[in-house]
Each structure stands twice: as structure tokens, then as C-alpha cells.
Write a protein that binds this ligand. Structure first.
Ligand code: IMP
Ligand code: MG
Length: 187
């Protein structure tokens, strides 16, 4: 990826907006209600996978009404440009024993499925009361490892996307919408 040195470099990377901030807000409202219905008053532990899911977590936790705690884990899938290398590393683990919790994973995007299948295996082995996965985005056409979220807010085609927590080279996480990344200028 060409280094971003100016506002012009930055702006040129946004090809088009795929999902507006209003569409995201409406989908999160709906997902919050689904979670409330699923747990029916039982307390939950929302676990956000950093860094990509931090924005989604902030909005989703305010859309649920069941008692909820929050936790964070950091998983890094190594990318060369916009292509996953297939190596997933847990760089920060949860700060508590999850055996007494209804765990809800909050993820930004499921792409190859490697990150979440690794995390699911790891966390299920710790004996939570229940385990569900909510993802903002799903790119099913890219799956290399079988994995399905319980709730997926948007299914998108095979485009590399940025914004609302998702990055390219650590930039663009702060965009309030989801956009298609412009790969034309030397990646
Ligand atoms: P997976 O392990 O291939 O399913 O990928 C999961 C992680 O890769 C996500 O949590 C993202 O951090 C990253 N990722 C996958 N696709 C995209 C994309 O289109 N834009 C930005 N990050 C992505
Ligand atoms: Mg991520």
C-alpha cells in the first residue's frame, strides 16, 4: 500500500460508500433487539475483537437492554496489503474467566473465517454458559474455513472495505460509514 502522506492521498482511497451511517444505525438497532430477545433478561458478556470491532461494539452495547458487561480481546490477522496471510495471533486475551457467562462475540467482519473459528474454539473450550457471534459484515464468498455468525448485519460482495472500525494500513477506522477501498493506486 502506498504510504498516506496527505489529505489528498487519503481521500483518493475511498472508492464509494457501500453502507451509510444511517443504514448502520438502523441495522444495529435491530440487532440490539434480536440480542434482547435471544437472552430474555439474562446477563451477557459482549466481547469485542480489537481493533476492528471497537466502533461497532460502542454502538451495539448501547442498543441492547439486557444487563451487559463488556470485554476485549485483540486478534491480529496479518495482512500483506489487502490480502490475508492466514496467520491469526491472539495478542491480548480476556481479563476474566468466562465460565459463568453468556458470551456474545462482537466482530467487524468475517472474511476467510480463520479469526473467528480460532477464537470460537479457544473460548468454547473455556466453558461459557452459551456462545454466540454477531458480526457487522459478512463476506461469505471469501470463506476458507467454515464459519457462520448467529447474527450478520450486512452481507457484502468480495470488496476490501474500510471505515466504521475497519482499516487499511491502520487508517480509515474513523470513517462513519463503510466504503469500498480504492486499490487502483498501487494498492
Ligand atoms: P478472517 O480471519 O479472514 O475472517 O478475517 C478477519 C479479519 O480480517 C477481520 O476481523 C478484519 O480485521 C480483517 N478484514 C477482513 N476483510 C477485511 C476488509 O475488507 N477490510 C478490512 N479488514 C478486513
Ligand atoms: Mg478485526
Amino acid at each position: 500500500m502506498k504510504e498516506i502522506r496527505s489529505q489528498e492521498d487519503f481521500d483518493g482511497r475511498i472508492k464509494r460508500i457501500l453502507i451509510t451511517k444511517e443504514e448502520i444505525a438502523a441495522a444495529i438497532e435491530k440487532a440490539g433487539k434480536e440480542i434482547d430477545k435471544l437472552y430474555d433478561g439474562r446477563p451477557i458478556l459482549l466481547v469485542s475483537i480489537l481493533k476492528g470491532a471497537f466502533v461497532f461494539m460502542a454502538d451495539l452495547c448501547r442498543a441492547v437492554s439486557v444487563p451487559c458487561e463488556i470485554g476485549f480481546m485483540c486478534a491480529k490477522s496479518y495482512y500483506e496489503g489487502t490480502v490475508s496471510s492466514g496467520v491469526v495471533k491472539i495478542t491480548m486475551d480476556l481479563d476474566r474467566d468466562i465460565s459463568g457467562y453468556h458470551v456474545v462475540i462482537v466482530e467487524d467482519i468475517i472474511d476467510t473465517g480463520r479469526t473467528l473459528s480460532d477464537i470460537a474454539r479457544l473460548l468454547k473450550a473455556r466453558d461459557p454458559l452459551s456462545f454466540h457471534v454477531v458480526t457487522l459484515l459478512d463476506k461469505p464468498s471469501r470463506r476458507l474455513v467454515e464459519f457462520e455468525a448467529d447474527i450478520a448485519l450486512f452481507t457484502i460482495p468480495d470488496h476490501f472495505v474500510i471505515g466504521y472500525g475497519l482499516d487499511c494500513g491502520e487508517y480509515f477506522r474513523n470513517l462513519p460509514y463503510i466504503a469500498e477501498y480504492n486499490e487502483k493506486e498501487g494498492n
